[in-house]
Design a protein around this ligand. Structure first.
Ligand code: NAD
Length: 379
């Protein structure tokens, strides 16, 4: 966290919860950015943050992103996120995730969570032992399973809307896509891209994943530092955030950015830098909403076909956002923000109208009651 942040003055968030259980090694932060549209829903990330401030900064940024993502894709959930400070390769345990689950339970439904980077379905089952406020559970537990395939399917929809706008082309056949990160989403994305006739170049910092992708899909694997310079049509960030920045943007040799990673732009200025380079940026939280749509449906009774239909809407949603960007002569990520903010404002006005009505009814009721009581007294 930058020392510039003066907590209560600068914080846009409704609630930040620090979960501290040293005897178990649990250090986690849950942030609720907004509950205007409903209870906050967002994944839990486990990452070896270099500092506690970096973890706080990440969770604040990610939870705000969830508010916008839910709002832009039409879901009735607020924005929240959690981070567990630790190395997912060495520090996972049943007690860690159950202790974390107990903290979520204490929030009594204000925050619902699922998997994110470093956390998988098996970890979520431990969380589920302590709280029912969990989504993305395994199918064996009545959940929808890993959301990553649906996220990858949504990224494909985002790519289709982007190529239509940028190349006036309807399919991915013959296009080259660079995929950064071969984790849960990246690996599924590679598979779908190949099925759609695209050529894929990929990287990951984990050599085992690179080897697995190379063997399974016969794709070109490059060093993680070289992925930005590779000539391609689409660059798909599917690892961590902040990868589009002052240093990387000048290296890019693509025409479109569309990937699953959250918070791809390091700063707003980077969207301008991309535009100046003639690169179309498909806003991350619109493109990667498939996983959220998938897990959200779990709460109303999961249906895979329905999840797929709703995720297909990412294509139409993105086309609408590109249209707003044209009409208002603004950058696509700002057009997405406008769409989300307008919905948040309108829904908050409906809620306010409802609560005003309710208070009027209470007042009328109170007046009637006091009339009756005074009549009684007179009688
Ligand atoms: P994951 O942890 O399974 O995969 C991330 C991969 O990125 C890992 O294999 C990691 O080794 C790799 N990586 C990290 N730094 C890298 C670098 N500099 N260069 C190359 N590879 C690097 O996570 P995931 O579930 O696949 O999610 C990927 C991204 O998509 C994250 O930003 C996540 O927040 C976002 N996202 C995921 C989902 C989902 O359904 N899983 C939904 C929405 C958004």
């Amino acid at each position: 966290m930058s020392t510039k942040l003066k907590l209560f003055k600068d914080l846009e968030h409704e609630q930040v919860v620090f979960c501290n259980q040293p005897e178990i090694g649990l250090k986690a932060i849950i942030a609720i950015h907004s509950s205007v549209l409903g209870p906050a829903l967002g994944g839990t990330r486990m990452w070896p943050y270099p500092t506690e401030e970096a973890a706080l900064e990440d969770v604040l940024r990610l939870s705000k992103g969830m508010t916008y993502k839910s709002a832009a894709c039409g879901l009735n959930f607020g924005g929240g996120k959690a981070v567990i400070i630790g190395d997912p390769k060495h520090e996972k345990s049943e007690s860690l995730f159950r202790a974390f689950g107990a903290f979520i339970q204490r929030m009594n439904g204000q925050f619902l969570t699922g998997e994110d980077v470093g956390v998988d379905v098996n970890d979520m089952e431990f969380v589920f032992m302590e709280t029912q406020y969990v989504v993305g559970l395994s199918k064996a537990h009545g959940g929808s399973g890993d959301p990553s395939p649906m996220t990858a399917y949504g990224v494909i929809q985002g790519m289709l809307a982007s190529i239509e706008r940028q190349f006036d082309q309807k399919t991915l056949r013959g296009l080259t896509v660079c995929v950064q990160g071969l984790g849960h989403v990246g690996m599924h994305l590679v598979e779908l891209l190949i099925q759609n006739g695209a050529k894929v170049i990929a990287c990951d910092i984990d050599p085992k994943l690179c080897q697995a992708a190379k063997e399974k899909f016969k794709i070109e694997i490059v060093d993680s530092n070289d992925i930005y310079q590779k000539k391609c049509d689409i660059f798909a960030p599917c690892a961590l955030g902040g990868v589009l920045n002052e240093k990387t943007i000048p290296l890019l040799k693509c025409k479109i950015i569309a990937g699953s990673a959250n918070n791809q732009l390091q700063e707003d200025e980077d969207a301008k830098r991309l535009k100046e380079r003639g690169i179309l940026y498909a806003p991350d939280y619109v493109v990667n909403a498939g996983g959220l749509i998938n897990v959200a449906l779990e709460l109303e009774g999961y249906s895979a076909p329905r999840a797929q239909i709703l995720t297909r809407n990412i294509y139409y949603n993105l086309k609408r956002i590109f249209q707003i960007a044209d009409d208002e002569n603004i950058l696509p990520h700002l057009a997405a923000n406008h769409l989300a903010e307008e919905r948040l404002l309108k829904i908050s006005q409906i809620r306010r109208a409802h609560s005003l009505d309710a208070s009027k009814i209470r007042r009328i009721h109170a007046v009637e009651t006091s009339h009756q009581e005074s009549k009684k007294k007179v009688a």
